[in-house]
Design a protein around this ligand. Structure first.
Ligand code: ZN
Length: 122
């Protein structure tokens, strides 16, 4: 598993992606690019791009690199809303990702707390 996102976001693609919207978008792209791939912010960013791409009717499997900055910037270019709309979508997805992670952790803790005999049944 590759954890260094800088290997994925080519410099060219990244520079293009950063310039596509305003300052807030640029800060988000920089932040996501600096985080490990399993950070909630990165998962939410990917989810946002996938959902926008799906809404555009694009094939999600067209590019084999899930962190291809060129494809991401194509999706952003085709997004019909403004920066505020795109960021709002991202923040909704981030809330969803954080909620899912919290729910999964709570379930894992409950599973740990169960006696071993019950764990085998479940
Ligand atoms: Zn691509």
């Amino acid at each position: 598993m590759v954890t260094n996102r800088k290997l994925f976001f080519s410099l060219f693609g990244l520079l293009k992606l950063r310039r596509q919207r305003g300052n807030e978008w640029r800060r988000l792209v920089d932040r996501v690019n600096a985080l490990p791939v399993d950070a909630p912010e990165v998962i939410a960013f990917r989810l946002t791009i996938d959902r926008v791409r799906r809404a555009q009717g694009e094939d999600l499997r067209a590019c084999h690199d899930p962190f291809c900055a060129n494809c991401v910037s194509q999706v952003v270019a085709g997004f019909e809303g403004d920066e505020k709309d795109l960021l709002a979508l991202y923040h909704r997805n981030l809330a969803e990702v954080n909620f899912t992670i919290r729910t999964m952790r709570r379930r894992a803790v409950k599973r740990e707390a169960r006696p071993a005999a019950l764990r085998r049944v479940a």
